[in-house]
Structures are given as structure tokens and as C-alpha cells.
Design a binder for this molecule. Structure first.
Ligand code: MC0
Length: 143
């Protein structure tokens, strides 16, 4: 069974300094900050910057500053430097999507949904199963 994606929810970008990243994206593109949060479980301080509303819903640039070197984004910055860290796609039901992908043998980072930005329910798929791209499924708080 395929898993329908409803939109590109966000592009996650690893930065060393969150405030400098926000300054860059607001000055270059006029984006506005929709939310900021520290997510201890994910090891990040992050900001969501609104890009536009597509027919499937809102989309964002997500800037991610690691809380320390021994975190997913900290290790990524050490290995690759600043840049695109993951893509987040909208889905209607993240738990059902995970079940369908597990059935297909996709390697899951998260076996069940976790708390994400702006109140979303999220889960990551391992980059080794998605062509080298760390992929996140996002069920937005709005549904
Ligand atoms: C690591 N690898 C990546 C990658 N990070 N490939 C593509 N994109 C990335 N971002 C590759 C490495 O190159 C390596 O490949 C292999 O994965 C293992 O790397 P590692 O250095 O051992 O890295 P680990 O220990 O960090 O594990 C990688 C893994 C981890 C993807 C499992 O980063 C993870 O659990 N990520 C999901 C959680 C996360 O990223 N949270 C932060 C964003 P080779 O070929 O060298 O073996 S939280 C977030 O975004 C929330 C707030 C939200 O959206 O709402």
C-alpha cells in the first residue's frame, strides 16, 4: 500500500546559530517566524518560518540548532556542516503511514509518533531506506 503525501510541510536545515539563521531567512526572503521551541527529546532548538500556503496546507523552513554535539543535528553538523538536514512531508495519519511503511520493510527511526513543531505528530524514516534522505512524516495539529 502506498502512503499518500499531502504537501511538503517543511525543509529542515541544520544551523550552528539559530538567531543568525532566522536573520538570514527573514532578510533574504521576508519569511516570518511562526513558532520557536526547544525540543529536548530531539536535541534541538528550532524555529518554523512560514513560506506559503499550498493547497495541502502551510509549508515552512525549519531551522535547527543542536542542543549539543551528541545529538542528531550536532553529529550532522560535525560530519557535513550546515545545510539541508531532512524533508518533512504532510500525511493525514502518521500512525497509519508508519504501519503501511513498516509492512513494506522500510527502516523506521520512530516506531510510533512523537511530538514535533507547532503541535504536530511526527515520525522519522531512516535515510538508508529513502535514498539517502532523512524523511519525516508530519500530521499537523490542524489535522
Ligand atoms: C545521518 N545520516 C544522514 C543524516 N544523518 N543521512 C541523511 N540525512 C541526515 N540528516 C547518515 C550518515 O551519513 C551515516 O551514513 C548514517 O546515517 C548514520 O549516521 P550517524 O552519524 O551514526 O548518525 P546518527 O547517530 O545521528 O543517526 C542517524 C539518524 C539520526 C538518522 C538515525 O540522526 C536520527 O535519529 N534522526 C531522527 C531525529 C532527528 O533528526 N531529530 C532532529 C530534528 P553512513 O553511510 O556514513 O553510514 S527534530 C525535528 O525536526 C522536529 C523538532 C520536527 O520536525 O518537528
Amino acid at each position: 500500500m502506498t502512503v499518500p503525501l499531502t504537501r511538503i510541510d517543511h525543509v529542515g536545515i541544520a544551523v550552528r546559530d539559530l538567531n543568525a539563521g532566522i536573520d538570514l531567512y527573514t532578510s533574504l526572503f521576508g519569511l516570518t517566524v511562526a513558532g520557536r521551541e526547544t525540543n529536548e527529546a530531539q536535541g534541538v532548538r528550532e524555529a518554523m518560518l512560514s513560506v506559503a500556503d499550498s493547497p495541502g496546507g502551510a509549508s515552512y523552513v525549519q531551522l535547527l540548532e543542536p542542543l549539543g554535539p551528541d545529538t542528531p543535528v550536532g553529529r550532522f553538523l560535525a560530519a557535513r556542516g550546515e545545510g539541508v538536514h531532512h524533508i518533512g512531508y504532510g500525511v493525514d495519519d502518521v500512525a497509519a503511514s508508519l504501519a503501511a511503511l513498516r509492512e513494506q520493510g522500510v527502516r523506521l527511526v520512530d516506531e510510533r509518533p512523537r511530538h514535533g513543531s507547532l503541535g504536530a505528530s511526527i515520525a522519522f524514516l531512516h535515510p538508508k531506506s529513502v535514498g539517502g534522505v532523512l524523511t519525516e512524516l508530519v500530521q499537523s495539529a490542524a489535522g
